[in-house]
Design a protein around this ligand. Structure first.
Ligand SMILES: *[C@@H]1O[C@H](CO)[C@@H](O)[C@H](O)[C@H]1NC(C)=O
Ligand SMILES: *[C@@H]1O[C@H](CO)[C@@H](O)[C@H](O)[C@H]1NC(C)=O
Ligand SMILES: *[C@@H]1O[C@H](CO)[C@@H](O)[C@H](O)[C@H]1NC(C)=O
Ligand SMILES: *[C@@H]1O[C@H](CO)[C@@H](O)[C@H](O)[C@H]1NC(C)=O
Length: 353
C-alpha cells in the first residue's frame, strides 16, 4: 500500500436477519454475478451513515436519532445501510478498548442499531475496521502490535494487500458462512493492470490497494468501489467529473463481470458542499448521473450492478457532524425525490423478468 494513501479498506458483511423467525427476511446469497434472496434477485438503493453505533451507545442519547434515520430512509425506499461496527482504541466510547477487550455498552448500542434496522426492513453492511486513523483504524492496530513487541517498521507493513484480505476473509468465513463479505476500497487499479492505471485511474494516480488483485480472493463475495470526483479531479469541470464517474463505474463493473465473476456495487459516492463549484442543482445532476448509470448498467447487465450507497445521511439536529456531504431527508425535498425515484426503479428492476 502506498504510504499516506487515502484508501479506505474495511471488511464488510452484508447482514440479514440473524435469528430464524417466520416474518424475517432471508439472507442475501450470491449466485454467480448476482445477489438473491427468497427466490428472486436482490437489487437495492442504499446509504451510508457511519455514526449509528456511537450515537446509540452514548449516555446522552436515547436512540431517537437512529430510529428517526431508519424511518426517513425506509420512507425513501432505501433498503441497505452501511455503517461502522468498529471503534478501536482506548477511549470511553470505543468498541474495542484493547485487543479482544470490548465495551459492553457500545455492543448494546450496535445491537440497538441492528434491531431498529430490522424493524424497518433495512439490511446492514457492517464495516469491521478502518484504514484511516478515524475511530482507531489501521494506526491503532499498528500501535497495539508494537506495544506487544512485534516489529512493524511502517504502518504499511502491518498487512500486505491481498495477503491480509485473504487471511481476514478465511477467518471470517470459518466462523460465519452465511453473511457475504466485501472489501470497502476506493477501486484504484494497481500494478497487476498497469494499462488500466494509465487509462482509468484519475490522473493515472495509484492510490491504495489493487482493485483486481484484492477482489480475486475467493472468499470475497462481491466487488465494490467508491466515487469521489470532487477529490480526485479537484478543480476540473463538472462535465469532466461526470464523464469520469460514468467511465469509472462502467470499467469496474465490466472487470467485475469478466475478470472477477462477482456482483458489483458502488459503496460510497457523494457531492460535497465544500467544493467551490457546489450548488444543489449540480449535486442533483451528479446523483442523477450516478443513479442512471447504476440502473442502466444493471438493466443491460442482468441485474449484476446491485446498487449504490450514497455518502451520507443524517437527521436534523446533527450539525456538528456535517462533513459537506450530508443529506437530511426531512429537510431536502429534491434529494428525497431523486432517491425515492431510484429506489422504485431498482425495486421494479429486481422483480422484472
Ligand atoms: C429522546 O431525546 C430527544 C432529544 O434528544 C427528545 O426529543 C425525545 O423526546 C426523547 N425521547 C424519549 C422517548 O425519551
Ligand atoms: C471517561 O470515563 C471516566 C471514568 O468513568 C470519566 O472520569 C471521564 O470523565 C470520561 N471521559 C470522557 C471524555 O467522557
Ligand atoms: C477536461 O478534460 C479534458 C480531457 O481530459 C482536459 O483536456 C481539460 O483540461 C479538462 N477541463 C477542465 C476544465 O477540467
Ligand atoms: C424519475 O425517473 C424517471 C424515469 O427514469 C425520470 O424521467 C424522472 O426525471 C425522474 N425524476 C426524478 C425526480 O429523478
Amino acid at each position: 500500500m502506498a504510504k499516506g494513501s487515502q484508501l479506505f479498506l474495511c471488511v464488510l458483511a452484508l447482514v440479514a436477519a440473524t435469528t430464524a423467525a417466520a416474518d424475517l427476511p432471508g439472507f442475501i446469497e450470491r449466485y454467480g454475478r448476482t445477489f438473491w434472496t427468497e427466490g428472486s434477485e436482490f437489487l437495492f438503493n442504499g446509504f451510508n451513515a457511519y455514526w449509528l453505533m456511537g450515537d446509540a451507545a452514548s449516555p446522552y442519547s436515547n436512540g431517537s436519532k437512529v430510529t428517526a434515520l431508519f424511518e426517513e430512509a425506509a420512507a425513501a425506499g432505501l433498503t441497505v445501510c452501511r455503517t461502522w461496527a468498529f471503534y478501536d482504541g482506548y477511549s470511553n466510547d470505543s468498541l474495542q478498548v484493547t485487543p479482544g477487550v470490548y465495551h459492553e455498552q457500545v455492543f448494546k448500542g450496535l445491537d440497538f442499531v441492528i434491531a431498529e434496522a430490522r424493524k424497518k426492513g433495512i439490511r446492514l453492511i457492517l464495516s469491521l475496521v478502518n484504514n484511516y486513523k478515524d475511530y482507531g483504524g489501521r494506526p491503532q492496530y499498528v500501535d497495539w502490535a508494537r506495544r506487544a513487541g512485534l516489529a512493524v517498521p511502517s504502518d504499511d507493513d502491518f498487512y500486505t494487500h491481498d495477503a491480509w484480505v485473504q487471511e481476514m476473509a478465511t477467518f471470517l468465513k470459518s466462523i460465519d458462512r452465511k453473511h457475504l463479505l466485501g472489501v470497502g476500497l476506493e477501486g484504484f487499479y494497481g500494478s497487476s493492470t498497469p494499462d488500466k492505471v494509465k487509462l482509468y485511474n484519475p490522473n493515472a494516480v495509484q492510490i491504495g490497494v489493487d482493485f483486481i488483485e484484492v477482489h480475486k480472493v475467493n472468499e470475497i463475495d462481491y466487488a465494490t468501489v467508491h466515487a469521489y470526483p470532487d477529490f480526485w479531479l479537484k478543480g476540473q469541470s463538472e462535465v469532466n467529473k461526470t464523464e469520469f464517474v460514468k467511465q469509472w463505474l462502467w470499467n469496474h463493473w465490466k472487470d467485475s463481470m469478466e475478470v472477477l465473476g462477482k456482483p458489483f456495487m458502488l459503496g460510497e459516492f457523494g457531492k460535497t458542499k465544500k467544493d467551490p463549484g457546489y450548488s444543489e442543482q449540480i449535486r442533483n445532476d451528479f446523483y442523477s448521473t450516478v443513479y442512471d448509470s447504476i440502473y442502466s448498467i444493471s438493466k443491460d447487465g442482468h441485474k449484476t450492478f446491485t446498487g449504490g450507497l450514497l455518502w451520507q445521511l443524517f437527521v436534523k439536529g446533527m450539525e456538528s457532524y456535517y462533513d459537506g456531504f450530508e443529506i437530511i431527508l426531512s429537510q431536502d425535498a429534491s434529494a428525497t425525490a431523486l432517491i425515492l425515484n431510484q429506489s422504485k426503479k431498482m425495486g421494479e428492476l429486481a422483480g422484472a423478468a
